[in-house]
Write a protein that binds this ligand. Structure first.
Ligand SMILES: [Zn+2]
Length: 340
């Protein structure tokens, strides 16, 4: 947990050379031996719930996250993303290099994930969409909260062209959430918001207002040595916007975060992050022009020396059990990451 210092001599190795099971590390050493032939794994997380969610019990929660951080600390050399970028440029990454990142800015990142990261001595980067800070909520969470708590066995959303849904059982509620999110995801920002507003008007539920971080929580992460990265203001699909509006989204998010932490925001994560679908080459150029030093996508794979620093791939296995987790990480290292 050490903030990057520009004068530091190369990459800082944070964890566990003496720990872990030799077979796992042997395999990972073969795939990512360090230096010019290294492969950088960047893990992506969103929420880390304090306890399992009854509606989505397989989603990440504190116990699994703690377990994974233990495995990572034992099997990988976890370094900060800024150090990793320097290592990628110089061909000086340690063997089994990996970084941890979080997207969106959920309050549980500060409340649940931070103490676990600190317990394991790990650093991470938090990419925050700024419009939802201090009591806001992302549209998808509003949909989830509304359908999770909607009364009755049937939900009629035909007024906004979404149809009717059976919600009498947990699987039916999950399916309804899945279907509605799928319908709304790629709508233009304004039409999507008016659909969500219409849902709020007809479902008698008040969604919680403490899902996302406060400015103070951002400062707590920053002061704990964590990196804060840009993720736009409103989390739009950049590829579905006019270029001018996309640039404003990226710039506004950066400016807001810098005013909170009083430090430069040097890294960026594309919302949704799929190359060619969620962001295009124009957006890569904008991110570079606005002064970010690197950016991450959600394409799977591991970055190699000479990788495009503005389209670094990310991946997270949520497998339980060390062998499955390590095998999945190994498999991801072999993948050639998609870029545009
Ligand atoms: Zn996001």
């Amino acid at each position: 947990m050490q903030a990057y210092e520009s004068g530091s001599p190369g990459v800082v190795v944070k964890s566990g050379e003496a720990l872990s099971s030799p077979p796992s590390r042997g395999l990972l050493n073969l795939l990512s031996p360090g230096g010019l032939h290294s492969r950088l794994s960047i893990l992506i997380y969103h929420r880390v719930l304090p306890v399992p969610d009854p509606l989505f019990p397989e989603d990440g929660h504190a116990e699994i996250f703690d377990n994974q951080m233990g495995q990572l600390a034992a099997c990988f050399n976890i370094i900060s993303l800024l150090d990793a970028i320097q290592g990628l440029q110089e061909g000086s990454l340690p063997p089994r290099a990996a970084c941890i990142t979080f997207d969106d800015g959920y309050a549980d990142n500060a409340e649940v994930a931070l103490p676990i990261l600190q317990k394991h001595g790990l650093s991470a980067t938090f990419f925050v969409a700024t419009s939802f800070l201090n009591g806001g909520r992302m549209w998808n969470d509003t949909v989830i909260e509304l359908i999770r708590r909607a009364p009755g066995d049937m939900l009629d959303l035909s007024r906004m062209g979404l149809g009717q849904f059976e919600i009498g059982t947990i699987p039916q509620r999950r399916q309804a959430i899945h279907d509605v999110l799928g319908e709304l995801k790629y709508l233009p920002l304004e039409s999507r918001q008016s659909c969500v507003d219409a849902m709020c008007a007809i479902i008698p539920v008040i969604p919680s207002s403490n899902l996302m971080m406060t400015s103070d929580q951002i400062r707590i992460l920053h002061h704990a040595g964590m990196e804060i990265g840009g993720h736009t203001a409103n989390h739009p699909i950049l590829a579905s916007m006019e270029n001018k509006a996309a640039r404003t989204e990226i710039a506004d998010g950066k400016e807001m975060l810098e005013s909170i932490i009083h430090a430069p925001v040097r890294l960026f994560a594309y919302p949704n992050g799929k190359p060619g679908r969620d962001y295009l080459s124009d957006h890569v150029k904008m991110v570079r022009d606005l002064g970010f030093e690197a950016a991450v996508s959600t394409a799977h794979g591991a970055a190699r020396t000479g990788a495009d620093l503005y389209q670094l791939p990310r991946f997270t296995p949520w497998d339980r059990g060390q062998i499955r987790f390590i095998l999945r990480m190994a498999q991801n290292m072999l993948k050639i990451a998609e870029t545009i």
